[in-house]
Design a protein around this ligand. Structure first.
Ligand code: PLP
Length: 350
């Protein structure tokens, strides 16, 4: 039985043609023709954008460009891939973890407002699994907003001071590894590019988060077909939304009282799935005290299902049938056990 994988890129456009062209041009670094073309295509659609070597790099240079460092605080949701908190720590600042909204699983904006202090220098709302954490949040917080749209590219319109996106292999579009930063990126570009001029005079302690010409070649071909990719992705999402309870657009996350057991059952049925991110406060580098009950509940009651342009309608129905079969095999005893631990508060798929 062939496994239905969680994510798979759609490389059926000009990707190979452009990469071959990039290699045969002899320009392998960012100085080839594809980086500016890729950036132009991104900028046309989303506003001023620069390509980066990863989403993490985009977040890092965004915070650097704001001058964030020691004694500063940055508000980060407690349920996320760890990169936003890691870049804050890398700059010597403090990530202040805030619980998530129980519906969207994105930053709880009221709790985030309560967490603002004199030291808060920025907020990083994460559009988790492609759900929107909120728009035009700079107005609400009166602080710089660095949107983490690594998972919401193509789904969430960038409205922050800067918006970081990831083009890692499992994302909505991919360049293998890669990312971009959108918005007020002038200063951040210096940090991306090393911070020096043609005489190697540094006016900025810059880094190197540039994208290669080959990656940008793939990226250009991907952006050309973004609408087509989003259309293909929607086929499976429509089926999931009709038949299951859950959330997410980059990955659809189904509600379940026992993610581990469901994951094992799906694996036996040839379906790859993935647990929800660990709540940040439970991991040693980010440990913090506080009420993080919504993130904990999300982590204990969610499982990511295969989502993407590769997922055909009949495969999405097959996944739904297996999810429903797993739920209907739950015994009265196990249901009571889940109830005792509070895990059946999330609705079970009908
Ligand atoms: C929410 C979130 N932020 C940041 C990143 C980091 O992106 P990258 O892997 O391109 O560095 C990811 C990628 O997985 C992510 O999911």
């Amino acid at each position: 039985m062939e496994t239905l994988v969680l994510a798979q890129p759609d490389l059926s456009g000009n990707e190979t043609k452009y990469v071959n062209d990039a290699v045969s041009s002899g320009w392998l670094t960012h100085r080839g023709k594809y980086e500016p073309l890729f950036e132009e295509a991104l900028s046309k659609r989303f506003g001023k954008a620069i390509a980066t070597s990863s989403g993490t790099g985009a977040l890092h240079i965004a915070l650097q460009s704001l001058g964030i460092g020691k004694y500063d605080e940055v508000i980060v949701p407690n349920l996320t891939f760890a990169a936003p908190a890691s870049v804050v720590l890398a700059l010597g600042a403090t990530p202040v973890l805030v619980d998530v909204d129980p519906q969207t699983w994105c930053l709880d904006l009221n709790k985030a407002l309560d967490a603002v202090t004199r030291r808060t220098k920025a907020i990083i709302p994460v559009h988790l699994y492609g759900e929107c954490a909120g728009k035009y949040l700079a107005k609400l917080f009166q602080l710089p907003i660095i949107e983490d749209n690594c998972e919401g590219f193509g789904y969430v319109e960038p409205t922050g001071t800067m918006t970081a996106c990831s083009f890692y292999g499992n994302k909505v579009i991919t360049t293998g590894e890669g990312g971009c930063l959108i918005g007020s990126v002038e200063k951040a570009t210096k940090y991306r590019d090393g911070g020096f001029n043609s005489e190697y005079y540094h006016d900025t302690p810059g880094l190197n988060y540039r994208m290669t010409n080959m990656q940008a070649a793939v990226g250009l071909a991907q952006v050309e077909r973004l609408d087509d990719i989003l259309r293909k992705r929607q086929v499976g999402l429509d089926v999931y939304n009709q038949r299951l309870k859950g959330r997410g657009k980059w990955l659809f996350v189904v509600d379940t009282p026992d993610p581990k057991d469901m994951m094992a059952f799906l694996k036996e049925s040839g379906i790859e799935s993935r647990p929800v991110f660990y709540p940040m406060h439970l991991m040693p580098p980010y440990r913090q005290e506080g009420d993080f009950s919504n993130s904990v509940k999300a982590w204990r009651t969610g499982l990511c299902l295969p989502t993407g342009p590769h997922l055909k309608q009949e495969q999405a129905h097959y996944v739904c049938e297996k999810v429903i079969e797993w739920h209907s095999s739950l015994t009265r005893t196990s249901l009571r056990r889940y109830k005792l631990t509070g895990l059946t508060e999330q609705p079970i798929p009908s």
